[in-house]
Design a protein around this ligand. Structure first.
Ligand code: MN
Ligand code: MN
Length: 469
């Protein structure tokens, strides 16, 4: 206990109250320059890897350049060894073996590399009004009106019956064609304008325009659709039925760009959650030899609830840790139960134009640093892992000691809505876990905005978590 009687109110306030301070008043000019430089790499990643598969390809290439090799469960590893496990080209675990290995648990940073987008239906191709379209099924939580009348690019794979995998990416290179979903002109929008935002655009309306010229032969059936198939067959060797075994994702064709005269922000498609995936990847590439073994997990399927064998509601991460534990002679469940995790996922940044949806005192702010969320979920904390106070205290100390600028907030007002992350599935393994990530404006829109400062603090924070002695 301290004697407060002798102190002035100013001293007392400094000691006792918890001020909110913009990050720019807490760092040096050098750190701001370092943040700007870090974001140049981040923007290059955003443009190179717009899907989960492309993110895995990017991460594997970067890892191999930094001395990571493919994990072999039959092998014994030494401190400083770097390994990765590629789960079906859509999810990835990277590990650096620590000086004490798995003995006292591992440290995990888990981010996701799938983003909201427009997927194709299994039989997508059709013609209508003498034009050609693809039928779609949207992926993740989107506001459908935002995805019309913008340029789209096509990414993904087509797997032929014989197993041949054809990678496709159209609309990203200069000179590539792009695609779009049309909207009704305002002049004829009277009926649409009467509808609510939720009702005006249905999932079945999100059809992508991909052509308008027929094969020039009289009497040809489905001449418009046939002309597109002819082009696709010449380019990729595919037939219409090959769409059945394809994973084609349409994403905004925008490139990542600086936003603002001061270039303080980055605008791009799919910050959620590549804005945590990239710092988590860079942190493990740069972390040296840690004490505890550290793992960066880049997971798929978070935007649809982490279901499926590349999502974190499956066993793939647990199996990976179990293999590491067994190679050192430990019981996997003992290692897993002693492990700790940062669920590295974005949070909502306070937006003054929609202030009614936030509780200002418990919101995360642009340039406030890395955003910590003790819990997410909805209603009465439903559907979330509420991090233990003891673990929150450890994270506070870790970040403060490492000079990481951070803040804590909730995802909007109580009962305004809510969201979930992978934290609950990690917690199910008996691991201490907390959500920590970058605040985002316009989350899940085709073009999202983050602060360069906050992105850099994510890197600093994840690295400090890996390097803690
Ligand atoms: Mn997310
Ligand atoms: Mn999301």
């Amino acid at each position: 206990m301290s004697n407060n009687e002798a102190k002035t109110a100013k001293d007392l306030a400094k000691e006792l109250l918890n001020p909110r301070k913009n990050g720019f008043f807490q760092v040096t000019d050098e750190q701001i320059a370092a943040a700007d430089a870090f974001n140049e790499g981040y923007k290059a990643f955003l443009d190179a890897a717009k899907t989960e598969r492309e993110s895995v390809d990017y991460a594997v290439e970067a890892a191999e350049k930094n001395g990571f090799v493919e994990f072999d469960p039959a092998k014994k590893y030494q401190p400083g060894d770097k390994v990765y496990y590629n789960n079906r080209g859509k999810a990835l675990c990277l590990a650096v073996i620590g000086t004490e290995g798995c003995k006292n648990g591992v440290r995990i940073a888990a981010a996701h590399i799938d983003n909201p987008r427009i997927d194709l239906k299994p039989i997508p191709l059709y013609e209508s009004g003498e034009m050609v379209y693809l039928k779609t099924h949207y992926y993740g939580g989107i506001k459908k009106y935002q995805w019309t009348a913008i340029p789209l690019a096509m990414h993904g794979v087509i797997v032929k019956r014989d197993g041949e995998v054809i990678k496709v990416k159209v609309g990203e290179e200069p000179g590539d064609p792009q695609f779009t979903i049309t909207d009704i002109l305002p002049h004829l929008g009277a009926d649409q304008m009467q509808k609510t935002l939720g009702a005006a655009f249905t999932g079945e309306d999100l059809n992508i325009l991909i052509g308008s010229r027929p094969v020039r032969e009289d009497e040809a059936a489905q001449a418009y659709k046939l002309n597109i198939m002819k082009i696709l067959n010449e380019k990729y060797g595919v037939v219409e039925a090959d769409f059945i075994s394809a994973e084609i994702e349409f994403v905004p064709a925008f490139r990542a760009t600086d936003i603002g005269f001061d270039r303080s922000l980055v605008g791009a498609y799919g910050h959620d959650d590549r804005v945590c995936a990239y710092p988590a990847l860079e942190a493990i590439l740069d972390c040296g030899t840690p004490v505890q073994t550290v793992i960066t997990v880049l997971a798929d399927k978070e935007e649809v609830g982490s279901m499926g064998n590349t999502g974190l509601n499956s066993e793939f991460m647990r199996y990976f840790i179990a293999d590491l534990a067994q190679a050192e002679g430990y019981e996997p469940r003992h290692v897993i139960s002693k492990s700790t995790c940062i669920s590295a996922d974005v949070t909502a940044a306070y937006d003054p134009h929609y202030a009614y949806a936030y509780e200002a005192q418990n919101s995360c702010y642009i340039n406030g640093g890395l955003g910590v969320s003790k819990y997410t979920g909805a209603r009465g904390k439903g559907g979330t892992s509420d991090a233990n106070a003891e673990y929150v205290a450890k994270i506070r100390k870790l970040f403060d000691d490492a000079g990481v600028v951070w803040q804590i907030g909730e995802l909007g007002k109580v009962d305004q809505g809510g969201g979930g992350t992978v934290a609950q599935y990690v917690a199910n393994l008996n691991i201490d876990v907390i959500d920590i990530g970058v605040p985002v404006l316009s989350m899940h829109a085709p073009f999202e905005v983050v602060s360069k400062f906050d992105v850099y603090m994510a890197y600093m924070g994840f690295k400090a978590f890996f390097e803690e002695k």
